[in-house]
Ligand binder design. Structure first.
Ligand SMILES: [Zn+2]
Length: 183
């Protein structure tokens, strides 16, 4: 690999007016790949842990948890809610890829706190059909983390439910606060 900053495809062009955000990201990828070395890992997470978290842009899971490439599975959606599809991913994570622990992370100031299940009715009025999915809006992050822990713990599909912990991430301090499961 060349030691110069130039990639084999030539230097990444600076963003130009009219470039879309995706164009900028693809250009960044060219720079990333220029220095990338095959880590030689298989697909099984080194720490045997899956993290389920909100998609929020202020939550950098790898930095916040001291994770490195290859350490964990990250499963993210709006709210970090445990939906059927999250159970699907956790089931594959545990049964096919060897993870054992689950960490659930909600956060302060989540967008889901500002909408309600009315969102589904509003969509139906606007587009003529109601989504099959629940919005999973919530007002109390602590309670929603408890519910999420319970959904993982009681899933019949998972092999390992003895190490499930839940947290709320404070977007202003960067700190996790642990939520104890409902007794
Ligand atoms: Zn959120």
């Amino acid at each position: 690999m060349s030691t110069s900053a130039q990639s084999p495809a030539g230097p990444a062009a600076p963003a130009r007016p009219g470039d879309t955000v995706t164009d900028r990201l693809v250009e960044a990828n060219v720079r990333y790949a220029a220095d990338f070395e095959d880590p030689g890992m298989d697909a099984k997470p080194v720490l045997r842990v899956a993290v389920v978290a909100c998609m929020d842009a202020r939550l950098d899971l790898h930095d916040a948890l001291g994770l490195a490439l290859g350490d964990c599975h990250t499963i993210r959606n709006a709210g970090g809610v445990v939906t059927d599809d999250v159970i699907r991913s956790l089931t594959i994570s545990q049964r096919a890829l060897g993870t054992r622990s689950v960490i659930l992370i909600h956060h302060t100031n989540c967008g889901l706190e500002s909408i309600t299940e009315e969102f589904r009715q509003e969509l139906e009025v606007e587009v003529g059909q109601r989504p099959v999915w629940a919005v999973e809006a919530y007002k109390d992050a602590d309670q929603d983390v408890r519910q999420s822990m319970q959904r993982v713990r009681t899933s019949p599909f998972l092999l390992h439910t003895d190490d499930i912990r839940g947290f709320v991430f404070d977007v202003t301090t960067g700190l996790l606060r642990e939520i104890l499961p409902a007794s």
